[in-house]
Design a protein around this ligand. Structure first.
Ligand code: ATP
Ligand code: MG
Length: 407
């Protein structure tokens, strides 16, 4: 990609209303744009990052038997009345009316929609278990949308849903999803904790949240580094008073600000009972399906990555989600042939071919945060300067050495 053509260009100043690090840096570097509070465009650079995050998630979902599909965003009132959520979830819903007076809601989650699919398609225990997911937009009337792309009123979610013949099978799969989520967030390089959270309206069980330790987080979590116990503020306050870990009793509990990037819910049979999703078991009797739902917010993940990977001058992308693998910079010497050779070797390159000063190019490279910066210049001669975003020192390498380090 030629940087002269990249839309849009970087900005020197953060928007005046920006409070959070991800908001300031992602806007300045040209990854996102705010249409109104809580509503964001993923610009070409941002879309490249989110696509890579989605692919990391997709790989793990497919590996645990999830089948990808796509559900609608416009839902009829009637389906939300079946579970009572038209009323109980009212405050986060965007409800609308057609000219004919029919009532709808924009998707804020999809449990009811999956339940409707199940009751149309499931007959016997032989049809179970089922595991389906999609990546799609959610709309939520969030009161505070101040944390940049961490909290949108319209945002992307990967939501997985599973249906089972027994509680035992649901809880078996719940652990499978937990470990897939652990792989995803480990793969993204996050320092995270799995915390117990309360179940909300539809389950009296605890759910689990995946919380990234970050001073930019809105949540407060408590955890033990000795035995992996963790809880969010709500559960912790209902739980115990002293300072020792409630599970291992050895370590003192730590606390931290954190960003919730994922949440898994063992929902039980409540949905199936309300929406009449029954199957015939081995003995021939009708039973409600056991249901679970599991969410990750890829756009929030992008924001969280910036919150924990940046310095004073810009973003520092982990290589696996960086918009490009290398940022190629030419200074008073054409780097077109290096660009072509790298591209041919299937390296993703952002090529700064603009006629601006070295200082401006380097500042943009630091701001955008691609892991490797390669500089071709008159001064350096035939070699290429290799500099990593995380390191201070640079090295002069031959093209072959550059390629062997990249592949
Ligand atoms: P929060 O407690 O932060 O409001 P939630 O518990 O309501 O989130 P879930 O319904 O569990 O969110 O959604 C699953 C995932 O979707 C979250 O873990 C998060 O990654 C993402 N997500 C939720 N709300 C938002 C939002 N407003 N903007 C961006 N991502 C979000
Ligand atoms: Mg949650």
């Amino acid at each position: 990609m030629l940087q002269s053509k990249l839309f849009p260009k970087t900005r020197k100043e953060a928007p005046r209303e920006a409070e959070s690090v991800n908001h300031k840096l992602l806007v300045r570097a040209g990854f996102i744009d705010q249409l109104m509070s809580g509503s964001w465009t993923l610009l070409p650079l941002g879309w490249r990052v989110v696509t890579k995050i989605n692919n990391i998630i997709r790989k793990e979902m497919d590996a645990i038997g999830g089948q990808e599909m796509l559900m609608p965003l416009l839902h009829p009132k009637t389906i939300w009345n079946e579970t009572g959520r038209w009323e109980t979830a009212s405050e986060i819903m965007y409800k609308l009316k057609s000219q004919e007076g029919k009532e709808y809601v924009l998707s804020f989650t999809h449990e009811e929609i999956v339940m409707d699919l199940l009751r149309k398609n499931i007959k016997s225990y032989q049809d179970l278990p089922i595991s389906v997911y999609h990546f799609s937009t959610k709309f939520r009337n969030e009161l505070r949308a101040r944390s940049g792309i961490l909290r949108g009123r319209e945002f992307m979610m990967k939501d997985l849903y599973s249906a089972h013949e027994s509680e035992k099978d649901l809880m078996r799969y719940y652990e499978v999803v937990k470990s897939a989520y652990t792989n995803i967030f480990t793969g993204l390089g996050f320092d995270f904790r799995i915390t117990e959270a309360s179940g909300g309206v539809f389950t009296d069980k605890h759910t689990h949240e995946f919380q990234v330790l970050s001073s930019g987080g809105e949540d407060t979590i408590f955890y033990c580094d000795d035995c992996s116990w963790g809880a969010n503020l709500e559960v912790f306050e209902n739980g115990k008073a002293d300072n020792l870990c409630p599970r291992c009793k050895k370590e003192k509990i730590k606390s931290s600000k954190a960003i919730e990037v994922g949440n898994i819910f063992p929902l039980g049979t409540m949905y199936a009972e309300k929406m009449r999703v029954f199957f015939t078991d081995k003995e021939g009797s009708k039973k409600p399906v056991w249901f679970g739902s599991y969410g990750i917010g890829p756009t929030r993940v992008m924001g969280a990555l910036v919150e924990v990977n940046h310095d004073k001058v810009g973003i520092i992308w982990p290589p696996q989600v960086a918009p490009f693998q290398v940022h190629l910079i030419e200074l008073e010497k054409n780097a077109q042939s290096v660009y072509e050779k790298l591209t041919k070797a299937k390296v993703e390159v952002l090529y700064d071919d603009r006629r601006i000063s070295a200082g401006e190019k380097f500042a943009d490279a630091d701001l955008i945060g691609i892991p490797v910066r390669l500089t071709v210049s008159k001064k350096i001669g035939d070699k290429i300067e290799w500099k990593e975003r995380t390191k201070r020192n640079a090295a002069l390498l031959t093209f072959d050495k550059v390629i062997s380090k990249l592949l």
